[in-house]
Design a protein around this ligand. Structure first.
Ligand code: 5GP
Ligand code: MN
Length: 340
């Protein structure tokens, strides 16, 4: 999507204008794209003299720990007073890699309380609510990191992308595209990656750090989850689902981020329409959904599980127990394929 000149000028004034207190907020259970885009945008703003604080509701997965500047992130669960002070003092708040304020948990209320701060959305999820001072929202963009790259380019600042920024941006580009295997893989995207390589990006190193840095427990948990996979329905509407309860997670010494990616595997079964993963947490069951290109799971998540996301990668929540959630899921699948 091309953004209007008005929007870009508004952004340029904020970025190139007088130094400000800035908060960059990313979503709960932050992933590579949320963290990478926040850190790279923060680096760009700091170069222009802004006082930047990156905030996230809860911890990031261990496989991101090596990212440059990640220790500067303020985690609301661990340091609520620092996050509250930064948000209260902000002149502008950038919301990156999500568009629904409730996905910020408690940080959302802090942002709403700061009425004088400009609120800017930089995101690639569907259906942004129109509650920002500017929306730089592009659902056709495969990651928020790629969107941040394009904005930096449009502001004429691409020459300033150095190796740490290249690594931060690449992590989101790589993880949100499933290592360049999902949709929206434009020539422009590969040109951006080529630029990052010119800045010194070592792709095999980043691959190793992201994909080959798990524990043996994590691999065993994956094998366990896959071995319990169930399928329902028949072609062309076959659906696979996996469940993990809190007790099962404990048995495999579960660490945050360990279940990332499991949900993708059932889609490797020929003609599978949807893959779903149900993970029990103390408060609710978190649902991850993935789908074949022609099936819209963001619609499914919105309709049945109070969620949303992208056409082929979405998620939601259930406040019922696992058996009731699965019963509801099966009914939802039946109804969904009759009505689409
Ligand atoms: P994941 O399965 O990786 O946790 O999430 C995949 C995508 O689904 C995310 O990029 C996010 O856009 C979306 N998503 C996950 N959970 C929720 C949710 O509870 N609400 C909304 N609106 N989107 C979600
Ligand atoms: Mn993303």
């Amino acid at each position: 999507m091309e953004f209007s000149n008005d929007k870009l000028e508004f952004l340029r004034e904020l970025v190139c204008g007088a130094p400000q207190n800035v908060v960059i907020a990313a979503h709960t259970n932050p992933d590579g794209d949320a963290i990478g885009s926040s850190l790279a945008w923060a680096a760009m703003l700091r170069r222009r003299g802004h006082n930047v604080t990156c905030v996230v509701p809860n911890r990031y997965p261990a496989f991101l720990e090596w990212l440059p500047d990640i220790k500067d992130l303020k985690i609301n669960k661990l340091h609520p007073a620092e996050v509250a002070a930064a948000v209260a003092a902000a002149n502008s708040v950038y919301c990156l890699d999500f568009n629904q304020i409730p996905r910020l948990d408690g940080i959302g209320e802090l942002i709403e309380k700061n009425e004088h701060a400009k609120k800017i959305l930089i995101d690639h999820h569907l259906d942004p609510p129109h509650e920002y001072d500017i929306e730089l929202s592009d659902p056709a963009c495969s990651s928020t990191c790629f969107l941040v790259y394009k904005l930096i380019e449009k502001l004429g600042m691409a020459a300033e992308i150095d190796l740490p920024m290249a690594e931060q941006l690449y992590v989101g580009i790589m993880t949100d595209t499933g290592n360049f295997s999902h949709s929206n893989l434009s020539a422009e995207l590969f040109r951006a990656v080529a630029t990052l390589v010119e800045r010194g990006l070592d792709i095999p190193r980043v691959n190793r750090l992201i994909y080959n840095s798990f524990s043996a427990d994590r691999l065993r948990l994956m094998g366990y989850a896959l071995s319990k996979m169930e399928t329902v329905g028949a072609d062309p509407h076959r659906v696979a689902y996996m469940t993990l309860t809190e007790a099962e997670l404990r048995r495999f010494n579960f660490r945050l981020g360990d279940s990332e990616g499991f949900v993708n595997y059932p889609l490797s079964i020929r003609d599978m329409a949807i893959s779903a993963m149900f993970i029990e947490t103390r408060q609710f069951i978190r649902i991850s959904l993935r789908s074949r290109p022609d099936v819209d799971v963001s619609e499914f998540a919105r309709r049945y599980f109070d969620g949303g996301g992208h056409k082929n990668a979405a998620g939601g929540k259930s406040y019922e127990k696992m058996p009731a959630t699965i019963e509801r899921f099966k009914k939802a699948v039946e109804e969904f394929f009759v009505t689409v």
